[in-house]
Design a protein around this ligand. Structure first.
Ligand code: GL2
Length: 839
């Protein structure tokens, strides 16, 4: 009997097509085809970049089936969508991640080789999109990976900065910033959707009117309107069919020219508005944490939030809904205060555009939003001067006043006659110059507020948001951060991933708790040997990279002691430097000293206007110059500053580390996520009782973690007594010697003044308590050195670190967000008509 017609058709469709096929031959042909038809090149004139593009399009075709299928299912089933609003995404390179998530790395490698090329070289050609500063932006990208891998319908909304985080060069030891032109050679991963453009208003004034039914209404008459164009990038989950969207907005002028001006001969005036509008999404602000009230920054925030909320409403209404059930269909997460203007914007859209009564609009708004706080640093709390805010967003200021009025009524009921409470909780700071407090707006307008590690969430309740916690305790929760094991193990450390899979299978990649099974192999000497060999191999690779980039020779047998993260005084890279100088002094005093050879590796960018942070970079490089060239030191100490630390470089560095430096002043690092990446890759941590370090230590066991330094309560006590850094300087000869050596100009060609600002800030203020923690840090480092001498024991500790990192998968974090905050569940995607995900 003949097979039914649809089965016949199905089998015909499954004959390999150039855009979907996964056989090596088809992939090879597709790459050649794209080179010709998309890049317009033939092999003899094609550059590496042309081949990269041809390959990227080949991979993108294979994503598109999953992506469109996913979108279709979301549409048909009218699913609940998580909308992650984030001003930053530190995406990292797409190509290799997509190969891993599609499960076609090996096929592509062979197809590329058969074309006479090298896959690694093509992978290295990709310019990573650096649309974020540090941990906060990288977290957003890990969460996008987990959302897709867990099959949770989601859109990541953000800004398509034309210039992302600057590229860093080091000249004469100083940081030099170079514009990041990531879009210059084209971006094969995104698709523009001009048909989904929206308009965003700015400035002007409001006026009230009565509608046909006699209702009091307000309309906003803006000074100007900017167009937002979405660009979509598919974010594929790991070995599932779900591909969610990252939708980034670009600003454009509504009209290319102002024709009235053009007609009267004012050509330059005519293009002014266009240039002004397009400037809005030109550049990412390069400050990691504290930012000052810059008008353009508020414009950026409002722009992308308004675009995104209008987009959600359009999607919702297109599906035949009314806005009554908006909160049941959209869970909108505010990634820090940057998008918190969304609370006022959703109220505006509901009231002024969709004519909802205040009470109903407020109910929808509060149910829709969740707010994640990412820092306790008071200087990072966004406040906008009232004048600036009202000038740019006059209608939102009115709405915020009304929200505040109603909120303060609630406060009065709870605390009658307590003006202190009213003033501390108010959305408007009126203690001097007036400001709008964005964190307060986010707290009042969200149904849940979370910190990003247990300690941080506890401190939030005790300090920064204490009054809110007392008033609204049920809103507060914690979701400890996590990182995706796909990028931070499978992509970045294929050698270790393969070793692990050879022992416990591949399920750990989707269920990181399975790494616990490695504990069963801890007594297997052969396995420990293999573990060491992998570590040595990746250290050798990094040593080669260091040599190629910087001409410094480092030994892969030395202890790789690594601190990579943004430069910030609270992260205390300079405490690390004090340790290096102390070891240097010890060797100079006792040239035969037997110490564990170490390679100190640093990397990280400083905000361009943050002088102390830039001085710390200069200090690291200056100390390196002396230490690395001192024959008496030899191979015992090397100091390396890796320029332009970014996701791509992180992928090289984490796997090669023996020791992870997580040495922030306790209470200052909200969570940290680098700490998790290191541990996952088998590094041991030297760390303070801060952020997620505490939970990492809890998981890996205190005997497998090097803890030092004052705890938050001890710091509070010390400060209350009156902290005097001079006491430590005067009573600790090694500390004094290290500081004096810097001050003497020894590291700066005799210029004793070069580091004076930095040293004086330690001697006379030491806000981050380096001196108080110095001795404890040194003692702990000594324990590290001793431990490293026993390689068998060190390997056991390393394996246990990896084995016990299950908790720190971003999959676990996302599950918690789904349960505690978003109330969403997975929607598996079946492929129709096309080949299945696993090929
Ligand atoms: C940060 C915190 O400083 C960091 O500790 C945390 O891990 C990340 C992600 O939650 O958020 N806050 C912040 O503003 N930046 C961070 O990295 N930039």
């Amino acid at each position: 009997m003949n097979p039914p017609l649809n089965q016949m058709l199905q089998s015909q469709i499954q004959i390999e097509d150039d855009r979907t096929g996964l056989s090596i031959e088809t992939l090879r042909r597709a790459i050649a085809d794209n080179l010709f038809y998309i890049q317009g090149k033939f092999p003899a004139i094609a550059t590496k970049h042309d081949y990269y593009m041809a390959l990227a399009y080949t991979v993108r075709d294979r994503l598109l089936h999953r992506w469109l299928n996913t979108l279709e299912v979301y549409l048909k089933q009218d699913v609940k969508l998580v909308c992650y609003l984030s001003a930053e995404y530190l995406v990292g390179p797409h190509l290799v991640n997509n190969l891993i998530n599609l499960g076609i790395y090996e096929q592509i490698r062979q197809a590329v080789e058969e074309s006479g090329l090298n896959l690694q070289q093509l992978i290295n050609t990709e310019e990573e999109p650096g649309l974020g500063n540090g941990g906060l932006g990288r977290l957003a990208s890990c969460y996008m990976d987990s959302l897709a891998s867990l099959e949770i319908p989601a859109i990541g909304y953000g800004i398509r900065y034309e210039f992302g985080i600057f590229d860093q060069e080091i000249k004469d030891g100083w940081q030099v910033e170079i514009t990041d032109k990531w879009l210059q050679d084209g971006n094969p991963w995104e698709i523009a959707r001009p048909e989904a453009a929206v308009s965003v208003k700015f400035g002007g004034h409001t006026e009230s009117y009565l509608d046909d039914q006699g209702n009091y209404r307000v309309r906003w008459l803006p000074e100007y309107i900017v167009k937002g164009i979405p660009y979509d990038t598919p974010i594929l989950g790991y070995k599932v069919n779900t591909a969610n969207s990252m939708r980034l907005w670009t600003s454009e002028a509504c009209e290319s020219f102002d024709f009235q001006r053009f007609n009267v001969g004012d050509y330059y005036g005519a293009v002014d508005r266009k240039v002004f509008s397009e400037n809005l999404t030109k550049v990412l602000y390069p400050n990691d944490e504290p930012i000052k009230g810059k008008e353009l920054r508020l414009q950026q925030q409002y722009f992308f939030v308004s675009c995104s909320l209008q987009d959600m409403i359009r999607i919702h209404l297109n599906e035949g809904n009314t806005l009554d059930n908006f909160a049941e269909k959209f869970a909108v997460q505010l990634n820090d205060t940057h998008p918190s203007i969304g609370v006022a914007e959703l109220m505006r859209l509901l009231i002024d555009v969709h004519y909802y009564p205040w009470e109903k609009a407020w109910e929808i708004t509060e149910k829709t939003f969740g707010f994640t706080n990412h820092t306790l640093l008071p200087e990072a709390l966004e406040r906008w001067p009232l004048g600036l805010f009202g000038h740019l967003l006059p209608r939102h200021l009115e709405i915020i006043y009304e929200i505040n009025k109603r909120f303060l009524d609630q406060v009065r009921l709870k605390y009658p006659g307590n003006n202190e409470k009213l003033s501390s909780l108010s959305l408007i700071d009126e203690r001097g110059d007036k400001y709008v407090r964005m964190a307060h707006l986010a707290c009042v307008g969200s149904h849940k507020i979370n910190g990003v590690a247990q300690l941080h969430s506890e401190l939030l309740k005790k300090t920064l948001l204490k009054d809110f916690y007392e008033l609204l305790p049920e809103k507060f929760t914690n979701v400890t951060n996590g990182v995706t094991p796909r990028r931070w193990m499978v992509v970045s450390n294929p050698e270790l991933s393969q070793l692990i899979s050879s022992k416990i299978g591949e399920n750990w990649i989707k269920n990181l708790d399975e790494l616990r099974k490695l504990e069963g192999f801890i007594d297997d000497g052969g396995f420990r040997q293999q573990w060491r060999e992998v570590k040595r191999k990746v250290k050798q690779d990094l040593a080669q990279y260091i040599h190629d980039k910087l001409g410094i020779i480092v030994s892969p047998d030395s202890l790789f002691d690594v601190q990579v993260k943004r430069l910030h005084e609270y992260k205390r890279q300079h405490l690390n430097v004090l340790h290096i100088i102390t070891l240097y002094n010890r060797i100079k005093q006792n040239p035969n000293l037997d110490i564990t050879p170490r390679t100190f590796i640093f990397g990280g960018k400083a905000a361009p206007g943050y002088h102390q942070a830039k001085l710390i970079i200069k200090l690291i490089n200056s100390v390196g110059d002396i230490v690395n060239h001192d024959p008496e030191i030899g191979e015992r100490l090397k100091v390396v500053f890796l320029p332009d630390y970014n996701v791509t470089l992180g992928q090289r560095v984490y796997p090669a580390a023996d020791l992870s430096e997580q040495i922030s002043t306790a209470g200052k690092e909200a969570s940290g996520t680098g700490n998790m990446k290191f541990s996952l890759n088998g590094a041991l941590t030297i760390g303070t009782f801060d952020g997620a370090n505490i939970e990492i230590r809890e998981e890996v066991g205190e005997e497998n973690f090097f803890l030092f330094g004052l705890k938050t309560e001890e710091i509070d006590q010390l400060r209350a007594q009156g902290y005097n850094p001079q006491d430590y300087y005067n009573s600790n000869p090694e500390l004094k010697a290290a500081i004096d050596l810097i001050n003497s100009g020894f590291f700066s060609h005799g210029d004793g003044g070069l580091f004076q600002l930095l040293i004086n800030s330690l001697l006379y203020l030491d806000h981050y308590l380096l001196f108080a923690d110095y001795q404890s840090y040194l003692d702990c480092q000594e324990r590290v050195s001793q431990a490293y001498k026993d390689q068998e024991h060190w390997t056991r500790m390393s394996i246990l670190n990896t084995a016990r990192m299950g908790k720190f998968s971003s999959d676990r974090s996302i599950r918690e967000y789904c349960d505690k905050i978003w109330n969403t569940s997975p929607v598996p995607i079946q492929m129709k008509d096309y080949v299945q995900a696993d090929g």
